[in-house]
Design a binder for this molecule. Structure first.
Ligand code: GCV
Length: 614
């Protein structure tokens, strides 16, 4: 199958075609030779390969640089060195070890070639209900991931429906093994999403996790898969979530369901990633007792200590669903005896869909600051990639993938540093300006799209563009309950008491109006429109101001981009310019719809008399 070849992303100094290598060490040697030649560097570099560690050291001995590490450590070291040289920096001497042993990208790709919440074209892997990919492009994809240390990918959508469940059965399994072989030299291991209900469609005729037939059936599946892919990292499961089947169908707990699958993987060293995105998606909007952010904690916190040691609970960063602004998920604080993976979403489902610019690292930094010491054991992110020429639909959205790799390796998000690194590699002649655009972008989007921690004011289904009551009377449990004088949900002790799920320091910070950060005010509190905020403005005036400013700032981002003509490749400039045109339109729409909505509800005009549509 012929796909677009993809841009060189942040590695323009490496040749597009990658010489084949059967091992990370071989690959490192050829990448090093090609990179040093392209950068016209006369630096002598030697690789010292020992073992299979991911860590590496970069040392200088008598004028020669040594990259010392295992496989794939030396490959990571090679990319680190080449990227530093490409930015004109001195050799990055030091010892490098990853914070998380598994740094995973979750693709939500369907086997028909579509991508759930995909904003960058079709799947890189699937077409016509089978694995079908452009090998050269997958090499470039793998190189890109390896260059920032991403070491695992889960290939298929968490919503597994037939025929996708057949991925772990022959003949698809052969194709899967072929892909695993291709990715292995890059240090990338595969995972697959499996359907909990699958044995019910095969001989066992049930998926009850306590049935010995079901257990034996999964054990056999695992054995067959591992016979072909011995280094498979494991399975990912979405169960009892948004109509996906799970152990609750059989009156069993999530621990019973997860442990059953984990035991099938255990003899092969596999991990079972069990997603915690479980809530009532058929809520009646009149029901004020059920509060969606409480759901994951209520389901999983009581099960702490009951999961096998190769079960990893995969938890979205916030308690709702990747909104522009959410507090950390309290579940990440509540499972001291359970392995946990923090799940982020690079796909910009609620943050502009790779049409609007939204650099995510600041959002992650906010989350990391609210994590308990030790945080999570693993890290994962929903992919923003597709077969589009620019990889992400928006050329600048690649900065999010880069920043995710760096964050996952270091265990901390440093927005300014990663943005500058990425921009200096990708667009060396406009790095400073592009860094500024990236860093400004989430604040601009947040201003015009999501007031003060309110979420879900988006068009239902598509999740792009404004619809203030799009989810207000829906089944998904996401309500702001705006009336003529107030908006928001009281989630403190007088309200739904969601805050009780947090450890004391966070709980107190969120419950007190004086300490709750503005950006989360309406997530935790129901406030009158005339409530005074810390800076003296009323809540409503703040909402108006943010929306007027946000739309104006979106125009400023666009203008700044247009200034860069001639300093980035012309086709990139044109593509991104088209995205900014759409973003400016979108920002205006948000400004006018949201401001009008609140004006019509409250009858309170903008203090500055700007145009609102009555
Ligand atoms: C893959 C949100 C998205 C769904 C997604 C789900 C999940 O609800 O809108 O498309 O399904 O999250 O994370 O499982």
């Amino acid at each position: 199958m012929k796909q677009a070849s993809g841009t060189p992303a942040w590695l323009p100094f490496l040749p597009m075609d990658i010489p084949a290598g059967n091992s990370s060490a071989q690959l490192a040697r050829s990448e090093l030779a090609a990179g040093l030649a392209a950068l016209a560097s006369s630096q002598r570099v030697e690789l010292e390969v020992k073992g299979a560690d991911e860590g590496y050291d970069i040392l200088l001995r008598e004028g020669t640089l040594h990259i010392r590490g295992g496989e794939p450590g030396v490959l990571y070291g090679t990319y680190t060195l080449l990227q530093a040289l490409a930015r004109g920096e001195p050799a990055p001497l030091g010892n490098y070890r990853p914070r998380y042993p598994l740094r995973m990208l979750n693709h939500w790709d369907n086997m028909d070639g579509s991508v759930e919440r995909g904003y960058a074209g079709g799947s890189l892997f699937f077409n016509n209900n089978r694995l079908a990919y452009d090998q050269a492009r997958i090499h470039r994809y793998a190189r890109m991931l390896a260059s920032v240390g991403i070491n695992a990918i889960c290939l298929n959508n968490v919503n597994v429906r037939p025929p996708m469940d057949g991925l772990i059965l022959p003949p698809q399994l052969d194709d899967l093994a072929g892909l695993a072989n291709l990715l292995r030299p890059y240090g990338i291991r595969l995972l697959v999403c499996v359907d909990f209900a699958m044995p019910a469609r095969h001989e066992p005729g049930t998926a009850d996790p306590l049935s010995p037939q079901v257990q034996a059936w999964w054990a056999l599946r695992a054995k067959q898969v591992y016979a072909r892919i011995p280094d498979l990292a494991g399975f990912v499961v979405k169960a009892d979530s948004e109509h996906r089947p799970g152990p609750h169908t059989y009156g069993r707990s999530h621990a019973q369901g997860a442990n059953m699958l984990a035991r099938a993987l255990k003899p092969h060293g596999g991990l079972l990633f069990w997603r915690c995105f479980v809530y009532n998606c058929r809520q009646d909007w009149r029901d004020r007792q059920t509060d969606r952010p409480k759901a994951a904690y209520e389901h999983y916190a009581p099960l702490d200590g009951q999961f096998d040691d190769n079960v990893v609970l995969q938890i979205k960063s916030g308690p709702v669903d990747f909104q522009v602004r959410e507090p950390v998920s309290p579940l990440l604080h509540a499972l001291p005896q359970t392995k946990k993976a923090l799940e982020l979403q690079l796909a910009q489902e609620y943050t502009g869909q790779q049409i609007d610019l939204f650099y995510q690292a600041a959002q992650w930094q906010d989350i990391f600051r609210q994590l308990p010491p030790g945080g999570a054991d693993y890290i994962a992110a929903v992919s923003n990639l597709g077969d589009d020429e620019s990889w992400c639909g928006h050329d600048l959205a690649l900065a999010n993938l880069y920043a995710f790799g760096r964050t996952a390796w270091r265990g901390e998000s440093l927005p300014g540093r990663y943005a500058m690194e990425w921009a200096a590699l990708s667009f060396p002649e406009a790095a400073g300006e592009i860094t500024k655009l990236l860093l400004a972008s989430p604040h601009v989007y947040e201003k015009y799209a999501a007031p003060l921690g309110l979420g879900f004011m988006v068009n239902p289904q598509t999740h792009y563009g404004p619809s203030p009551e799009g989810y207000e009377y829906a089944l998904w449990g996401t309500y702001h309950r705006a009336n003529h004088e107030a908006i928001g949900i009281d989630r403190g002790p007088e309200g739904t008491n969601f805050t009780a799920q947090y450890p004391l320091h966070l709980r107190q910070r969120f419950e007190r109006l004086t300490t709750c950060p503005d950006r989360l005010l309406l997530f935790f509190h129901r406030l009158r429109y005339d409530q005074r905020l810390a800076d003296g403005r009323s809540l409503l005036q703040r909402i108006y101001d943010d929306h007027f400013e946000g739309a104006q700032e979106a125009e400023a981002l666009q203008a700044a981009w247009l200034e860069l003509a001639g300093r980035v490749p012309p086709e990139v400039h044109a593509r991104v310019a088209r995205r900014f045109e759409m973003q400016v339109q979108n920002a205006r729409e948000w400004r006018d719809v949201i401001n009008t909505y609140f004006y019509r509800k409250s009858g309170i005009p903008d203090e500055q008399g700007r145009l609102i549509h009555p």
